[in-house]
Design a protein around this ligand. Sequence first.
Ligand SMILES: N[C@@H](CCC(=O)N[C@@H](CS)C(=O)NCC(=O)O)C(=O)O
Length: 271
Amino acid sequence: MEKPVLYHNDMSVCSAKVRMALAEKHIIWEEVHLDIRAGDAQKPEYVKLNPNQVVPTLVHHGMPIIESNIICEFIEDHWPSTALRPAASSERAVMRLWMKQLDDGMHAATGVVSTCVAFRHQHLARKPEDYQAWLANMVDTARRERLRSCVEQGLDSPFFIDAVKRFNKLIADFETALEKGPWLAGPDLSLADIAYAPYMLRLQHLGLDEMFIHRPRVSDWAKRLMARPAFEEGISKWVNPNYLLIFNRESQAARAKVKNILSHLADHPNN
Ligand SMILES: N[C@@H](CCC(=O)N[C@@H](CS)C(=O)NCC(=O)O)C(=O)O
């Protein structure tokens, strides 16, 4: 049988959630790995598959499917055994609301914190003309200006504070939702939990786990997620050691900055 082909990137959170969904269902896939720092996602042959110039794209029987949440739902529709969508329609609505939040700002906030803390150093190490060309070729102009600020201003970018506040709110909302639990959309693991799994790892990598280590239910949920074999198969085994070097080098300064931001927020459990 023809295997699905995933166009992805090892460290991309959106690719990672799709890989974890595929791993939960034991689906065998083929890969095309894109070097997004080198602008592979902007190349004309890839833009034909994904006009948004981003990974992932899943090609199934010649049909490109884009947008990681939609890809996850496609995977669930096409390979329904090992259900990752709750049976109850009310819980499905809850699952989809969590996933929607990623598209409604949480994914952009992750790009901000990742770039301000770590990825900026990769961009700053490039030839200035390559960095400028990467920015200039970006179709989403709001994203371009946000990333420019993150690369050039780092932890002092005005986008950083807002992104940390947004994450703090999300994590407080997780803590409340997990009172019922044990998973985000009810009694069983769903695409909502899988969708956030790589983001929780990213917070850890960046030294921003300060935001959830004092939230007992979120910490326990993150541990349960990360202990799943599909987390290892779809996420941990892809972690690029070159990125880990940068994360380890930069996370201490980020942790201090985040602690400072959180200390001014009324709804943080440290207060
Ligand atoms: N809404 C999209 C967002 C995809 C996205 O932003 N992907 C990032 C990696 S996680 C990317 O490809 N960035 C390209 C770049 O940095 O040039 C989805 O969920 O698939």
